[in-house]
Design a protein around this ligand. Sequence first.
Ligand code: DGL
Length: 260
Amino acid sequence: MDQRPVGMFDSGVGGLSVLSAFRELAPNERVIYFADTANFPYGPRPAADVRKHAFAITNRLLAAGVKLIVVACNTASAAAIADLREAFPVPFVGMVPGLKPAVRQSRSGKVVILATPGTLDGELYARVVDEFGRATKITNAAGVGLAELVERGEASSPAAHAIVREVLGPAITAGADTVVLGCTHYPFLAGVICAEFPGVGLVDTSEPVARRAVQVLREQGLEAPPGAPGGIDIIVSGDRAAFRTVMESLGFAPVREAVA
Ligand code: DGL
């Protein structure tokens, strides 16, 4: 049993999709969520730059006493997870685009991976394609501008509909029936994607990643005691009021703000 908090980070509100799944599964854990909005977006940045931010955040979370870190960002996982695991003495759980479940779920044998350029260019994704995607027609769709809309609280705006139509349209018209949400901001666009392409299947890895974090806590004897109250503390590197507004617009109740 271990009373220390779990650390979790993303470039902004995206990782809240993972946080919410984790809270459902482990309500008695305390989570410190770090939103690196001062450096948002990560997607278009060079991997070395994202890695630098991931290291800085990890140091900050470790100074706050966390027992495990969830990298709730596909782009940061692609850029840094292997190096983080090597450099720091805590367990890390990261995001991997859900190609494996998509391949299983697709009936047409054609799937689209919607992710940031940083994720699609990364080695981690290349490895996943190599391992699970050989017999499937995979189309990469870079969601340029989509995370930005979610981060501004415009996840269901006409602009979001237009970008979704533009980036997913060609592959879906060509027969793809499954879309992998390969960025933690994208589960907040699920309604828009389903409205634009009724019947298309979505793969969201928030819940499996949250489940994996719970499993690692259990395996390593790091779980909070059963009666612990749990809770969420938020650290925001950029504009705190703006983050709070978007967070609440995405349906998250007001939470305690940790000292940044
Ligand atoms: N949420 C991040 C991810 O999962 C990316 C958003 C950004 O571009 O910063 O990839």
